[in-house]
Structure formats: structure tokens, C-alpha cells
Design a protein around this ligand. Structure first.
Ligand code: 8Y7
Length: 279
């Protein structure tokens, strides 16, 4: 399957890596906006060279406990970077946002995919997604980033995540977003305790029943810290292991910081499981 991402192609015939590019003030340097912008572009080019199939640009931290950023600030952070990357990269650029205004401006600047951790639930987001006609990733989250990790509760986490995603597909289709443009994501770490994250990874295959490609983001997340005792910068091996398990269960896009290692691991996984899962 090949997705048209605003003129650039995302080929999902085999599993791929989405490289993470955070454009938040302290992620690169304190040298001011132009230095940051330059560093972001160099980082994206490096991830493309390492084999990323798409780059996900985000200007608002959605980590547990974070409060969010104003509209103008988010636009100022991501739009110039998206414009530059659209011009300089051969691969599509994705915008990680929940704000419809940012979605619209980002696609006008060249973004080819909307990655919304809020699954287009903000007022106006469904309409923007329908009008822009780029693919969208719908992610499950229980609660909101500021409070979501306080007391996540589920009866059957896999069934509940699946039902939520199914409802969001319906809302999208009703709003005019073609089902063929939808990607789905269980939202690891977004309102989930360790046992919930593990069960979702274990039974990722059940989400395949929704008939859309799965995207997963596990890279460096706290569930890996809980299992290894390692800090964020020391979680590459754990992240790669989780990526392998996800791809073995049918994930098509792995959102990752460590692109080269993840690309290699996915290649091995795909070679082994291709026949069973994708044949
Ligand atoms: C995810 C994500 C984040 C994820 C999708 C982090 C923006 C937190 N996680 N988008 N974004 N899926 N689709 O640790 O799991 O990277 S931010």
C-alpha cells in the first residue's frame, strides 16, 4: 500500500520507521530560534540518510504532565521547519499536533500527514483533516497529557482501545476523511499503566482487525524505563526490542528516535515474518 502524502509517497508495502523531530526550545541548544531551526533540519536530513521513511515534526510536548503550548508559539516553532524539510527532504513530513489551525498551516507548508495524539477530537480538527486530504494517524489516549498517568483504568484495555479507534474511524468517515487515509495507533504511554502497555503490545494483532495500518510509538518511553531501570538516553536496546515485537505483530510504522538501529531491526523482523503476517 502506498499513501500519497501531499505529493510525496509513503510506501507501506513493508514496515517503515518514522523519525522523531522535536522542535521545542530546549531540545537542541540555547542559541536562539535560527540555530534551533538549523539543527532541526540537519537532524532530519541525518534521519533520512539513516533510512527513515517519514519525519514527524512536533512543537508541543505531549509527555506526561506537560501543559501544552499556545497556538502562535506552536506555529512559530513548526511551520518554518516543515517548509524547509518539505523543500529539502525526499521523504514526507508529518505534523504532530492536535490543533486544527496548526494542521491547516502545516499542510499548506508541505506536511503530508497529520499525526494527532488526540485523534482529531478538537473542535474543527475533523473538518481540517477532510479538507486537506492528507493521511491522518488517529491515536488512543485516556484522559489528557497533564493528568493521564495519574490513575489509568481499564476493564479490557485492548477491547477499549479498539472500540475507541473504531469510533474515531466512523467520525472521520462521516466528516469526509477517506477510510483509506487513516492510520491507527494504540498510544503507548498515553493514559496507560505498565500492564496496559504490555497487554496492548502483546495483543497488537487484535487491532489489525480494524483493517487499517498500525503505527506504534514506544521509543524511549517510560514503560521501557520501568522494565530496565534505565534513563531515557539509555533505552535504545529496549526500544529496538519493542519495535521488533510490534512489527512481528503487524505494525507498519514505528515512530523512533534511533532510526538506523530501528531500520536494521525491522529489516530482520520483516524478512522472518513476511510470509506469516504480510503474505
Ligand atoms: C506518540 C506520538 C508521541 C505515539 C503517535 C513520546 C507525538 C511522546 N508519542 N504520536 N507522539 N504515537 N502517533 O515519548 O506513541 O514520543 S510524544
Amino acid at each position: 500500500m502506498k499513501l500519497d502524502c501531499n505529493g510525496k509517497v509513503l510506501d507501506l508495502d513493508s514496515p517503515v520507521v518514522m523519525g522523531i523531530l522535536n522542535v521545542t526550545p530546549d531540545s537542541f541548544s540555547d542559541g536562539g530560534r535560527f540555530v534551533e531551526r538549523d539543527a532541526a533540519i540537519r537532524r532530519a536530513l541525518a534521519m533520512q540518510a539513516e533510512g527513515a521513511a517519514i519525519i514527524d515534526v512536533g512543537g508541543e510536548s505531549t509527555r506526561p504532565g506537560s501543559a501544552g503550548v499556545g497556538l502562535q508559539e506552536e506555529l512559530d516553532r513548526v511551520i518554518p521547519v516543515i517548509e524547509a524539510l518539505h523543500a529539502e527532504l525526499g521523504i514526507p513530513v508529518s505534523v504532530d499536533t492536535s490543533k486544527p489551525e496548526v494542521m491547516r498551516e502545516a499542510v499548506a507548508a508541505g506536511a503530508g500527514l497529520i499525526n494527532d495524539v488526540n485523534a482529531l477530537r478538537a473542535e474543527g480538527a475533523l473538518d481540517v483533516a477532510a479538507v486537506t486530504r492528507v493521511p491522518v494517524c488517529l491515536m488512543h489516549m485516556q484522559g489528557e497529557p497533564r493528568t493521564m498517568q495519574q490513575a489509568p483504568r481499564y476493564g479490557d484495555v485492548v477491547a477499549e482501545v479498539k472500540a475507541f479507534l473504531e469510533q474515531r474511524i466512523e467520525a472521520c468517515v462521516e466528516a469526509g476523511v477517506a477510510a483509506e487515509k487513516i492510520l491507527l495507533d494504540p498510544g503507548f504511554g498515553f493514559g496507560k499503566a505498565l500492564e496496559h502497555n504490555l497487554e496492548l503490545l502483546r495483543r497488537l494483532d487484535r487491532l489489525l482487525e480494524l483493517g487499517r495500518p498500525l503505527l506504534v510509538g514506544i521509543s524511549r518511553k517510560s514503560m521501557l524505563g520501568a522494565l530496565t531501570g534505565r534513563e531515557t538516553g539509555e533505552r535504545m536496546a529496549a526500544s529496538v526490542a519493542a519495535a521488533v515485537l510490534a512489527v512481528e505483530r503487524g505494525a507498519r510504522i514505528v515512530r523512533a528516535h534511533d532510526v538506523a538501529a530501528t531500520v536494521d531491526a525491522i529489516r530482520i523482523t520483516t524478512a522472518v515474518v513476511e510470509e506469516a503476517v504480510y503474505g
